[in-house]
Write a protein that binds this ligand. Structure first.
Ligand code: F6R
Length: 244
């Protein structure tokens, strides 16, 4: 538990930089699973600073984003492609071909195949060294909403009504929020060698309490993380304020 979002985000960025450098020293790629949304923004800001001011290179970094709305064009304002470009990728030296984000433009019949290949690609490059997560108020990680299976893989899912309500500001009304998304599964996330879940503010306190102290159940998918040995929750004091 950290005093605030800033100090926690700097710490997470340092952890990421350490993984990148360690792999660099061995002449290997670092494979990162990334999240979008408000939560990781300051982590990405600090990574950009480390790149610009301290010479951290992303040349050996391969990224896989957790999710994308479906349908979604990459140049739309709410696309996670645009989010990642603006908040991280455009400001560092990551090779474009190393960036992977679920494709919101696919024809429906091509989604299942795309999802299988997404999983295969993660495996081919050696698996995720680190997966960064936020948490939704439904308890979703990625877009694995209540009802998701613990061994689920990358797939097309239906967004929970609360998730769509929370996204409504970005879309100018809930009716404009897509009803579906393509997301890595809980099983995909679990294969990462390290997992960091971050949460800030009082708004996240009730779901953090459930995720950390509640009964393990598909109705709060983040509770599955209690079964993982390599997961860390990084919180500010507000998000941790309901923990006993
Ligand atoms: C985003 C994602 C989601 C968000 C969650 C929290 O790629 O997978 O699980 O992490 O909805 O969103 P924010 O950070 O906006 O509160």
């Amino acid at each position: 538990v950290y005093k605030d979002e800033n100090s926690a985000s700097v710490k997470v960025a340092k952890r990421i930089a350490k993984i990148i450098k360690k792999r660099q020293e061995k002449g290997k790629n670092a494979v990162l699973g990334l999240a979008t949304g408000a939560t990781p923004v300051k982590v990405y800001e600090e990574l950009i600073r480390l790149h610009k001011e301290e010479g951290l290179s992303f040349k050996n970094v391969i990224t896989f984003n957790l999710d994308e709305y479906y349908p979604m064009q990459p140049d739309e304002n709410q696309s996670y492609v645009k989010f990642m470009d603006e908040n991280l990728f455009n400001h560092v030296d990551i090779p474009r071909e190393n960036i992977n984000i679920p494709d919101g433009t696919l024809a429906k019949e091509d989604i299942a195949d795309f999802c299988l290949k997404y999983e295969e690609k993660i495996t081919e490059v050696g698996g995720l060294d680190l997966q960064v997560l936020g948490i939704g108020r439904t308890g979703h990680i990625g877009f694995n909403e209540p009802g998701s299976a613990p061994n689920s893989g990358t797939r097309l899912v239906t967004l929970d009504d609360l998730t769509r309500r929370d996204a409504s500001r970005d879309f100018g009304g809930k009716e404009n929020v897509p009803t579906k998304a393509i997301t890595m599964g809980i099983g995909t996330i679990f294969k990462a060698r390290e997992i960091i879940l971050m949460a800030w503010s009082k708004k996240k306190a009730p779901i953090i309490k459930k995720a950390v102290e509640g009964e393990i159940s598909g109705s709060v998918p983040a509770t599955y993380l209690q079964l993982n040995d390599h997961v860390e929750f990084i919180l500010d004091e507000d998000a941790a304020s309901e923990l006993t």
